[in-house]
Design a protein around this ligand. Sequence first.
Ligand code: MN
Ligand code: MN
Length: 326
Amino acid sequence: MSNQMQERPPSAATPTTVDTALTRSSPYGTLAEPTYSGVTSFLRRPYRKDLRDADVAVFGAPFDLATTNRPGARLGPRAIRSASASLAWCPPYRWGFDPLERLQVVDFGDLYFDPGRPAEIPERLYQQVRDILAHAVTPLALGGDHFVSFPILRALSEQHGAIALIHFDAHSDTWRDDDGRVDHGTMFFHAARLGYVDPAVSVQLGMRTFNEETHGFLVWDADRLHRDGIDAALQAIHARVGQRACYVSFDIDFLDPAFAPGTGTPVCGGFSTHEALRLIRGLAGLNLIGMDVVEVAPAYDHAEITALAAASVAHELLAVLASRRA
Ligand code: MN
Ligand code: MN
């Protein structure tokens, strides 16, 4: 598909400086395109189902049927893509390189599932992530409610064994429940129980909702993170995770509602985007095998605050991944 696109001569009617998600000749690097128009792939990456030569597949998981409070995260991927247009023209701040020159990042589009057959959705998501992994491509998922992490971790753990989880959230998402339920507040309990993740090498950050059990995870709750600070948290993360294969799961409600109003279950007393981006940058050096940014619910957003924060977190995660591939 890419070869055909390259061979087609550009014309005035199909300029290659707009709709670059479809028209770009190189999959690498940044291109300037009007931020307010055009096909809004994530960071203007090429839209592509062919994963040959790709390093990262960004995909939407527009699923919110596991939400326990306000719904709407199914509209998250579209909002994050739209907000990402304003980030797509230059590399992220403070890295000194362009992650999109080092990694071939494609927008794989959205995973398809039938909301009328909810019991089939986890399996479908798992199978599609397996397909991505079969191409030796790293998945970056845009949620969707947080349950989407669960089938992704299942697929990744088949390759890597029990994974180190770095989990940003106002909620632990490890509340106990009965086997077989699908819920965005319990899936990390099941992920630990089933051996998808190894709590002994995992860290949870930002929690500020009651859960008397940690299930063996290292929990830096909101009070501790506010008190001890970003640098101490990063030291703890690196000491805990080391070079284990690790997955970063970023629930946007890690941020304070002032910085992320557009989410289903906001909790006061959280963190700023500055603090979040510093934490993400500090993950450089870890062995990332996958990541997600979830729980963006645009109906409750204002001025794209939440969608832009999510796009920025995802952009920084790509830089973390690229930092190991000089
Ligand atoms: Mn969550
Ligand atoms: Mn949450």
